[in-house]
Design a protein around this ligand. Structure first.
Ligand SMILES: C[S@@+](CC[C@H](N)C(=O)[O-])C[C@H]1O[C@@H](n2cnc3c(N)ncnc32)[C@H](O)[C@@H]1O
Length: 187
């Protein structure tokens, strides 16, 4: 009986201590639209080139991970870049990479759910999510992006949109697809 009560007490304690962490984690997991995987650097470069990124453009990377797209856009192309990242850890890594690359004046990292981000300032949006995430994001892109904005997606098409261009490149014998879209004039 004593052992039974002790076991119940330990189980209750574990539940009380762990529940907030689980619920916080659970909430983030629910918002997560893709796992952390990086785009290879030459894929990043081609994504930026295909959208004509230059010093006059503002690039938004939705789910910016370690910030490599932001740093490439700012350092190599002179663009302004905004990263939106759900994970506090990766948002911090992205911020630190921008500082290490000396482009912190042109790079901003927002630690938030991309579904809550204001995209109206974007000329270019880069994505490396999954198909279902693109389906969820599409109405937001259609509503908030200005006509002419370029959306470029690594490996996952945006269902329901017709790409302007599809390019395939090999990186270490693995094919990568790049889908390029333009937001048309609002009807
Ligand atoms: C496949 S990685 C892409 C990283 C980077 N864009 C690249 O191409 O190298 C997807 C990133 O999206 C982030 N993410 C997932 N769901 C998100 C959400 N709802 N809001 C913001 N970021 C999210 C993940 O934490 C992860 O860092």
């Amino acid at each position: 009986m004593k052992i039974f009560i002790q076991t119940i007490a330990i189980a209750l304690f574990a539940l009380l201590v762990c529940a907030p962490a689980y619920s916080q984690h659970g909430q983030d997991m629910k918002k997560s639209l893709a796992p952390y995987v990086t785009s290879p650097h030459n894929v990043v470069e081609r994504m930026l080139e295909l959208c004509g990124v230059d010093g006059s453009k503002t690039v938004y990377d939705l789910g910016c991970g370690d910030g490599r797209i932001l740093v490439a856009a700012a350092k190599k192309h002179g663009a302004h870049a905004v990263g939106v990242e759900l994970s506090p850890k990766w948002a911090q890594v992205a911020t630190d990479s921008a500082v290490a690359a000396g482009v912190q004046d042109r790079v901003r990292v927002l630690q938030q759910d991309m579904m809550d981000a204001d995209l109206s300032g974007a000329d270019v949006v880069t994505l490396y999510l999954i198909s279902e995430a693109n389906v969820r994001l599409r109405p937001k892109l259609e509503k908030e992006l200005r006509p002419g904005a370029c959306v470029v997606s690594h490996d996952f098409e945006i269902e329901g949109w017709k790409p302007r261009k599809v390019e395939k490149i090999m990186v270490y014998q693995r094919p990568h697809s790049i889908y390029v879209y333009r937001i048309s004039a609002k009807k």
